[in-house]
Write a protein that binds this ligand. Structure first.
Ligand SMILES: [Mg+2]
Length: 294
């Protein structure tokens, strides 16, 4: 399920971020980079069971290294505690439940002030869906503080319609909640005007990064990340992670989490104005230029 897209979105032909490093360096010239990343499908490959999406040690080290030089935030649909445990890097900001809750490195936690009023509706839709989906094998509910996810990646295709029906009926029962979707997932959230893009704008404010000399970079792979791509269309850099690009507001693309890893490894030395490359373990060694000159 994809969310609405504006006519300004491109349909194909996104340049690879890896092949555009020189262009990215030019766009970042004189600016301070702020790095925002999604988790599932971006830092880790999509897996059948969400609990199996573990961050590699190498990517963890790259994130730690980046966090020593730039503001870094992970914005995920996962529960806040879940995403913090999975990434486990100090000094970075964690936004869980699509930005409904945000934890800062100093221990402060922000919760969307209106979303707390919707917790009882989430409890009730959870019971209702447990009942409605009981007979559909492979379907899994995941309750997060500010959302309820219905994962159907492991459901036989013949039963997709059954999942859809149960989800649709629940949207009728609980108009207080809004339905969104992604890769084999339906998600109920508070019907509050809030999404990852708005969470990113809030983070720019709260971290004192809402300034013309800051260049926000965001990398994400799914429908909910489009809200961020839209927000950054005129003022940042955004990268869609996808094998094939779809209608998107993102500026560049990367094929998969492996390419994201390579890209993150290369941007720090690039933006520091040299050709060094970070190696896992935090060492920096001199490398031959890898950017394609235009
Ligand atoms: Mg994702």
């Amino acid at each position: 399920m994809r969310q609405g897209r504006s006519s300004s979105q491109k349909y194909e032909g996104l340049s690879s971020a890896l092949e555009s490093l020189e262009e990215i360096r030019r766009r970042a010239e004189g600016k301070r980079l702020a790095v925002f990343v999604d988790y599932d499908g971006t830092l880790t490959p999509i897996v059948d069971q969400p609990e199996d999406a573990r961050l590699s040690e190498k990517v963890r080290e790259i994130l730690s290294y980046l966090a020593a030089h730039f503001p870094v935030a992970v914005i995920s649909g996962r529960d806040l505690s879940d995403i913090r445990e999975r990434v486990a890097v100090d000094k970075i900001v964690y936004a869980g439940s699509h930005g409904f809750e945000i934890a800062f490195p100093d221990g402060r936690v922000w919760e969307h002030p209106l979303a707390v009023d919707y917790l009882s509706f989430l409890d009730r839709v959870e019971s209702k869906l447990e009942e409605r989906l009981r007979r559909i094998g492979g379907c899994r509910l995941e309750r997060k503080r500010f959302s309820l996810a219905v994962h159907y990646r492991r459901v036989a295709e013949a039963h997709f319609a059954g999942v859809e029906k149960a989800v649709y009926e629940s949207t009728q029962d609980f108009p207080e909640l809004r339905l969104s979707g992604g890769k084999k997932i339906y998600e109920f959230q508070p019907r509050v005007e809030w999404h990852k893009g708005k969470a990113l704008l809030l983070l720019l404010e709260l971290l004192d990064l809402n300034r013309p000399d800051v260049l926000p970079l965001y990398i994400g792979d799914d429908a909910t990340d489009e809200d961020v791509f839209q927000v950054l269309q005129a003022r940042g850099l955004s990268i869609l992670v996808a094998e094939e690009s779809w209608p998107t507001a993102a500026h560049y693309s990367l094929k998969d989490p492996k390419e994201v890893q390579t890209f993150l490894q290369r941007i720090l030395p690039l933006l520091q104005g040299n050709r060094n490359e970070i190696h896992a373990g935090g060492k920096v060694t001199r490398q031959k230029p890898r950017c394609r000159r235009k």
